[in-house]
Each structure stands twice: as structure tokens, then as C-alpha cells.
Design a protein around this ligand. Structure first.
Ligand SMILES: [Zn+2]
Length: 208
């Protein structure tokens, strides 16, 4: 079969809302199954939020220290989040639990595409991070990671390091709320956070 990992609120095969794709009420699993049938392939198609899928993959592959209760956060265009409690993915009443990227870290912060303001995503998502580093959205995280690793005092390198540390601090603020609420064994940082972990994780830990 096929399982689609989608960046948005997903329930029963339908993407209810994916602000970064501009999708609303898109029956993605059915559309994909139809496209497969058009190509002569009959396969069951499921779908889920991409961070939920990643957290389940992490659980099945073994989370750090064999953790059965953990928070998963991934850096992407936005910030994906998921919660695993006692070896089970936390889904919530409507399947939308774990949207840590839309926890408000600054009520006076910039508008977010979700309709709120000052969400974690506006500081620690890819677009926000590149902007804070004075870079172009097209530059990509690999370029940012190289600048961060550049130990020189060049203004671009300093600004890149400051932007990543700021994102780490904001991650720490959001995570402190999640940690107080959920008491996890560990926090797993995925997506592009892996490439920035050397500078990002210590800033998040300091804030925590
Ligand atoms: Zn938001």
C-alpha cells in the first residue's frame, strides 16, 4: 500500500487545512488512489500528518534511549509536531493533536498563516529562519548550515548563528510548555533541525 505524509491537518484521508500548501478540504488519499488506478495500479492509500508519520517511524525504529513517551518536532517549511505517549501516537479528539508549531511563543509576534500570531513556526520554520539570517528563501537550509559552521567573524556567518540560536530559544519556549504538560522522556528533533542541531539544540536546552 501507500501512505501519504502530508504537512497539514489530516483526518480520514482528507487534508482539512494545509496553510503552507494552500490546501483546504483536499481528499488527498482518494485523489492519489484514483491517479494510481488511472495508471493501472490498485493499491490501498492512507494518509496522515507528516510529523505523525515521522514520530511513528521514530517509535518503530527505536526512539533515543528506547523512549516510549516523547515529543517529536521537525523543521520544514513550517514546524511539524507530534506526541507519542506510552508507545501510542496522541491523536486528540479530531486527529489534530501535537501541532506544536502553532503554539504561540510571542503574542505580539508576526502573523501566521494559520490565522494566529507569534506561532513557533514564525521563528523556527524554514522561511522564518532564512529571513532572520538575512538570506533568500531559495538559499535553502544547506547554505544556512554551512554559514553557521563557518567559524569566521564574517557578518553573514554571525547573523546565521544568531538566527539559529534565536530559533532554538523559541523552540525551548514552546517545548517548556509541552514538557510541563506531557512529562516526556525525551524530545526528538527531526527534519532540517538535524543539520542545525549543534547550535540549535544547546539554545533550546538553555531555554528549557
Ligand atoms: Zn500558526
Amino acid at each position: 500500500g501507500v501512505d501519504l505524509a502530508l504537512p497539514g491537518l489530516v483526518a480520514e484521508g482528507v487534508v482539512r487545512q494545509a496553510p503552507n500548501l494552500g490546501w483546504n478540504a483536499v481528499p488527498a488519499a482518494e485523489l492519489f488512489a484514483q491517479a494510481l488506478r488511472d495508471d493501472g495500479a490498485q493499491l490501498p492509500v492512507g494518509s496522515d500528518n507528516e510529523a505523525n508519520s515521522a514520530a511513528l517511524a521514530q517509535l518503530w525504529a527505536g526512539a533515543p534511549g528506547g523512549a516510549r513517551t516523547f515529543v517529536y518536532l521537525s523543521g520544514d517549511i513550517g514546524v511539524g509536531g507530534a506526541v507519542v505517549l506510552d508507545g501510542e501516537l496522541l491523536r486528540g479528539a479530531h486527529g489534530f493533536a501535537g501541532e506544536i508549531g502553532h503554539l504561540v511563543v510571542d503574542p505580539n509576534g508576526p502573523d501566521c498563516r494559520c490565522g494566529s500570531r507569534g506561532c513557533l513556526e514564525r521563528y523556527a520554520g524554514q522561511d522564518a529562519l532564512l529571513q532572520a539570517a538575512g538570506m533568500d528563501p531559495g538559499d535553502g537550509i544547506a547554505v544556512l548550515a554551512r554559514r553557521v559552521a563557518d567559524g569566521s567573524g564574517a557578518p553573514g556567518a554571525r547573523r546565521a548563528r544568531d538566527a539559529v540560536e534565536q530559533a532554538g530559544t523559541m523552540l525551548g519556549i514552546a517545548l517548556s510548555g509541552a514538557v510541563n504538560l506531557l512529562d516526556p522522556e525525551t524530545v526528538v528533533l527531526g527534519g532540517f533541525y538535524r543539520e542545525l542541531a549543534d547550535r540549535l539544540a544547546p539554545a533550546a536546552e538553555r531555554e528549557l
